[in-house]
Design a protein around this ligand. Structure first.
Ligand code: SAM
Length: 443
């Protein structure tokens, strides 16, 4: 199983390579030595990940060739936009027409879209976001693997099932060998080219130990590595970058300092943002975003969240629903503050956020369908991918540990073998005409 298509190096300009995919040209940053014009490579997140022999590449490309063009046709068909419906609301059509031409929308217009409830209007809004996704990102969809290496956490986030409030949770910390074995399987057996290593904020691993693990994964199983260990300090970020990590997954959760500080006891939004800004300066690709539906959050807050993700140079937006967990302090206050919301209404709220994110950052950002969104409904991934999203994350944590990374209950794919996740992902992507290439398209 392969989650990226090999490309042929056409041109090398300093540390940039131009890669050809069946005639489509894309750019990637090269940190590997010994890459020459004519070589075949795998690339992820804008980085060359590994070189591959011509023999192997040509046999993979032969399988892909026909499919590649068929997928493009399916995607084009599904992302066609018709804003010519005379019966539709004129002011909505006018806003979406400008959005489809990549013109900037005002805050009031974005808030209007975020407030939409009418299904016909929502459909047009989501189609506009999907049109923009296709226009700027073609049919590429990136699929990262995530390994949740530990559920120990020293933080007391009021909503999170693995925070230190939860005394009922069985804790685990994978050993270095277990992490290496999970990475090896993900890369060598299942073909992932990009891995996220995630944990609670767990001082049980020193930065040097994490650096060692990252170095060894990079050396043995070439892959693009994202880290997601919480606030590890600037020194920690630098050391892990030196070790080979190239991405940081860290949500700011909420751009509203009052909400942030109310739900993250003893922590500050300033410190979280400082980590994100410094990581970007160091050179990390940034995946960030927030939680949708935290008590007290307004539509304005959500819009600010999307703008903040853009301001932080998110190469990928990660916005997902807040899902209450019974063993958290929030469980006690949620029923009183929040009457239960239907899952379908929650899905709709999150999909609106994905669509707004695509409108705000149509050219650059990848937009993730989160596991939390999939947890609300099995159809949600498809809805997100048809409303501007173009990224997925599959869980490659060993099955024995997965149920204990219980940030919220009944997580999607919690006990699903990776083969099953891959099969259903590939079939979903195929049905939507998406291909697993993952590089900036040269238009
Ligand atoms: N320690 C790392 C950090 O601080 O970013 C990563 C682990 S943290 C558990 C991963 C993400 O889980 C958080 O960014 C948060 O948005 C999400 N999360 C935690 N509890 C959640 C809940 N009840 N519903 C939805 N998402 C939740």
């Amino acid at each position: 199983m392969c989650y990226a298509i090999p490309g042929k190096v056409e041109k090398i300009e300093k540390n940039m390579v131009i890669v050809d995919y069946f005639g489509e040209k894309r750019k990637a940053l090269n940190e590997l030595s010994q890459i020459s014009v004519g070589d075949y490579i795998y690339a992820q997140g804008g980085f060359v990940v590994s070189k591959i022999s011509a023999l192997e590449a040509e046999s993979i490309l032969a399988v892909w060739k026909e499919t590649f063009f068929q997928l493009q046709e399916v995607d084009l068909r599904l992302s066609r936009l018709n804003l010519g419906d005379r019966n539709a609301d004129k002011s909505l059509l006018e806003i979406l027409d400008r959005a489809s031409q990549s013109k900037e929308l005002s805050r009031a217009e974005l808030l209007y879209l975020l407030e939409l409830k009418d299904q016909a209007k929502l459909e047009l809004f989501f189609k506009t976001a999907n049109f923009l996704r296709q226009k700027y990102h073609k049919n590429s969809c990136c699929v990262h693997g995530i390994i949740e290496i530990s559920n120990y956490c020293i933080r007391g986030c009021l909503y999170c099932g693995i925070s230190n409030h939860n005394k009922e949770l069985q804790r685990y910390r994978m050993t270095k060998d277990e992490i290496l074995q999970a990475a090896q399987e993900a890369v060598q057996v299942y073909g992932f080219k990009s891995l996220v290593l995630q944990s609670g904020e767990d001082p049980g691993y020193s930065i040097d130990e994490l650096a060692d693990i990252i170095k060894e994964i990079k050396n043995k199983f070439p892959t693009l590595i994202f880290i997601s260990f919480g606030e590890i300090g600037i020194d920690g970020l630098e050391k892990l970058y030196q070790a080979g990590a190239r991405g940081l997954l860290m949500r700011f959760e909420s751009s509203n300092p009052k909400i942030y500080e109310d739900v993250h006891l003893g922590q500050s939004l300033e410190s979280r943002l400082m980590h994100l800004k410094e990581a970007y300066k160091i050179g990390y690709l940034i995946i960030t975003g927030g939680l949708i539906g935290i008590p007290g959050q307004s539509k304005e807050d959500i819009l600010n969240d999307i703008f903040l993700a853009k301001e932080l140079h998110a190469e990928m937006f990660s916005f997902g629903p807040f899902i209450p967990h019974p063993h958290t302090p929030f469980a006690a206050i949620m029923p009183a503050q929040h009457p239960p919301v239907r899952a379908s209404a929650q899905v709709e709220e999150v999909v609106k956020v994905l669509a707004i994110a695509r409108i705000i950052d149509h050219t650059q950002a990848k937009i993730l369908v989160t596991t939390a969104l999939e947890t609300l409904s099995r159809e949600a991934a498809k809805s997100g991918l048809l409303a501007g999203a173009n990224s997925l994350m599959l869980n490659v944590t060993p099955l024995a540990y997965r149920p204990f990374y219980a940030i919220y209950p009944n997580r999607a794919h919690q006990s699903e073998d990776i083969n099953v996740q891959i099969e259903s992902t590939v079939s979903l992507l195929r049905s939507l005409g998406r291909a697993p290439t993952d590089l900036e398209v040269i238009l």
